[in-house]
Design a protein around this ligand. Structure first.
Ligand SMILES: *[C@@H]1O[C@H](CO)[C@@H](O)[C@H](O)[C@H]1NC(C)=O
Length: 452
C-alpha cells in the first residue's frame, strides 16, 4: 500500500514535469522583452496529459513541482497545500476572446528537462517501466544544452539555439546596463523569492563550490549586486543572522553599504518574513507596515509595505513598495485582496506611488488562462503589470511567470519605468545548475526593473 502510494506520488511528479508550461493571460504593458516564442510544437497528447494533471497537480505547491528523491539537506519540506483549505470552485470561463492571442503554450526550455532525468534514479523496476512510458511523451525533449557538444542528443533537438534566442528572458550576461545599481543610473528594483531562506542556506553542505565553481552566497550576490532595492520573500530566520551574512557580502562586493527593512513573521501556516534590502546611499526607510486583512482572512501571509525615500531617479523621490508571497492555491483570492491593499497603502502612507512586487504565483497551474478574467487586479484597468506572462521567473522544469510587479497607472511607476529594462537573472543557465538542485539556491529567479 505504501509502495503504491509512493509510486503514485512519484509518477504524478514526473507527469507534472512533463507538462508544457501553460501560458496564461497576456499582461498589459510595454515591457515585453524579446519576441513571443515561435515554432511552438504541437502537443498532441495535451488533453490526456491535462486530464491526469488536473487530478494530481492542483494540491501541490510549486516547491513539490519536481520529484525529490532526497530531501534538501537540513531543510524541512515545504508544506503542501493539503494543509490549507481547498481552493474555491474553479472560476467561470469568461471573456475568452479578451485574452486570445497568447494561447500557444510555450515549451519547456530544453536544458530544463535535463534535471528531471538526472534527478530520477528509481531502483524499483515497476517505477522504471512507468517512467519509461512517460518519457515517450512528445513534450519531453532531449537535453541539448546539458549534453556534451558531440552527443547525438544535441543534433536531435529541434533548433535549440533558435528557441533560446526567442525566449522572452534576457540572461544575466547581456541586457543589464552597467550603470544600474549605486549612485548613478536609473533606480533598479528587484524581487526574489529565495526558497526557504534560513540558517541552512549557507551551511556549505550543498557542495555548490565543487559542483558549480561558486558558493551559493557568491552566486546570490552576483545575481543581485546591481539592485538598489531588493524585495525578498520566504525569509525564515528571525535572528536575521543569514540576512546579515548576505548584507555583509553585498557590502563587501558592491562597495555600497546595505541595510534592510524586515517584516514581522507573518503567515497562517508557514510563517515567513518579508525583507527589503537596499543601498543606504540610494534609499532610506520612512515607515513600514504590514497590510491589514482587507476582508476576512484573504492572505496567507499579509503583504508588507515600506515607504522609501531615494536620492536618485528624476521622478521617484519617494514611494511605497509592497511585497507579497501568495499561497499558490489562493493566488487569485490574494491578488484580489491587493486591490484593497493598494487603497489602504495610499491612505496609510499618504502617497499614490505604490508598487507591489513579489511571488504572486500568478501563472501555470495556479492561475490558468481561463481564470484570468476573475483576477480583478488584472482586469481592473487602473493597474499596470510590469512583468508580462511569458517571462520565465521559475527556476523549475516548467516555465512560469510566478513573480510579478504591479502599480496603479496613475502612480509615478509606469511613466518612470525604463522601457526594456525587465531582467530575469537566470542562475540555472548562468552556472549550469541542475534544475533538480536549483532550489538549494532558489526555485525562483531574481527579477529586476528599472525606474528613472
Ligand atoms: C539600518 O536600518 C535600521 C532600521 O531602520 C536603522 O535603525 C539603522 O540606523 C540603519 N543603519 C544604517 C547604517 O543606515
Amino acid at each position: 500500500m505504501l509502495r503504491l502510494a509512493v509510486l503514485t506520488v512519484f509518477c504524478c511528479a514526473v507527469l507534472v514535469n512533463c507538462l508544457p508550461a501553460e501560458r496564461s493571460a497576456p499582461a498589459v504593458g510595454d515591457t515585453v522583452v524579446g519576441a513571443p516564442v515561435e515554432g511552438v510544437p504541437v502537443q498532441a497528447p495535451e488533453d490526456s496529459v491535462q486530464a491526469v494533471a488536473l487530478q494530481v497537480q492542483e494540491p501541490v505547491e510549486p516547491a513539490a513541482e519536481a520529484p525529490q528523491p532526497a530531501p534538501l539537506i537540513g531543510e524541512a519540506p515545504k508544506p503542501l497545500d493539503a494543509q490549507v483549505p481547498p481552493r474555491a470552485p474553479a472560476p467561470p470561463v469568461l471573456q475568452e476572446g479578451a485574452i486570445k492571442g497568447e494561447e500557444a503554450p510555450v515549451p519547456k526550455r530544453e536544458e530544463r528537462s535535463a534535471g528531471i532525468e538526472d534527478e530520477a534514479k528509481p531502483n524499483n523496476e515497476q517505477l522504471q517501466r512507468m517512467i519509461a512510458t512517460l518519457r515517450k511523451w512528445p513534450v519531453k525533449k532531449p537535453a541539448a544544452a546539458a549534453a556534451p557538444a558531440k552527443a547525438p542528443a544535441a543534433a536531435a533537438a529541434p533548433a535549440p539555439a533558435k528557441e533560446a534566442a526567442a525566449a522572452p528572458v534576457a540572461d544575466a550576461t547581456k541586457g543589464a546596463p552597467s550603470t544600474a545599481g549605486g549612485k548613478s543610473g536609473p533606480l533598479n528594483i528587484c524581487t526574489w523569492n529565495v526558497f526557504r531562506f534560513g540558517p541552512k542556506k549557507f551551511d556549505g553542505t550543498d557542495g555548490f563550490p565543487k559542483k558549480y565553481g561558486k558558493s551559493k552566497i557568491d552566486m546570490m550576490v552576483e545575481q543581485i549586486k546591481n539592485a538598489d532595492i531588493l524585495a525578498l520573500q520566504e525569509y525564515f530566520d528571525p535572528s536575521l543572522s543569514v540576512l546579515n551574512t548576505l548584507k555583509d557580502a553585498l557590502d563587501a562586493q558592491t562597495g555600497s553599504k546595505w541595510n534592510y527593512s524586515v517584516s514581522p513573521r507573518v503567515g497562517r501556516v508557514s510563517k515567513e518574513q518579508y525583507v527589503f534590502l537596499y543601498r543606504t546611499e540610494v534609499a532610506s526607510v520612512v515607515k513600514e507596515a504590514v497590510a491589514p486583512e482587507p476582508d476576512g482572512d484573504v492572505y496567507s501571509r499579509e503583504p508588507f509595505f515600506t515607504h522609501f525615500k531615494v536620492s536618485k531617479g528624476k521622478a521617484m523621490k519617494e514611494f511605497v513598495l509592497g511585497t507579497i508571497h501568495t499561497e499558490p492555491s489562493h493566488a487569485i483570492q490574494e491578488m484580489n485582496g491587493l486591490v484593497d491593499s493598494f487603497d489602504w497603502a495610499e491612505k496609510e502612507f499618504g502617497l499614490k506611488d505604490v508598487m507591489v512586487l513579489g511571488d504572486y504565483n500568478a501563472d501555470c497551474q495556479y492561475v490558468r488562462k481561463s481564470a484570468w478574467p476573475t483576477v480583478k487586479l488584472f482586469t481592473d484597468s487602473k493597474f499596470h503589470w510590469f512583468i508580462p506572462t511569458g517571462t520565465d521567473t521559475a527556476a523549475m522544469a516548467s516555465e512560469c511567470t510566478f513573480d510579478r510587479a504591479v502599480a496603479k497607472k496613475d502612480s509615478k511607476f509606469p511613466a518612470a519605468h525604463v522601457a526594456g529594462s525587465l531582467k530575469v537573472h537566470d542562475f540555472v543557465s548562468n552556472y549550469k545548475i541542475k534544475v533538480a538542485e536549483a532550489r538549494q539556491l532558489s526555485d525562483h529567479f531574481p527579477v529586476c526593473l528599472q525606474y528613472n
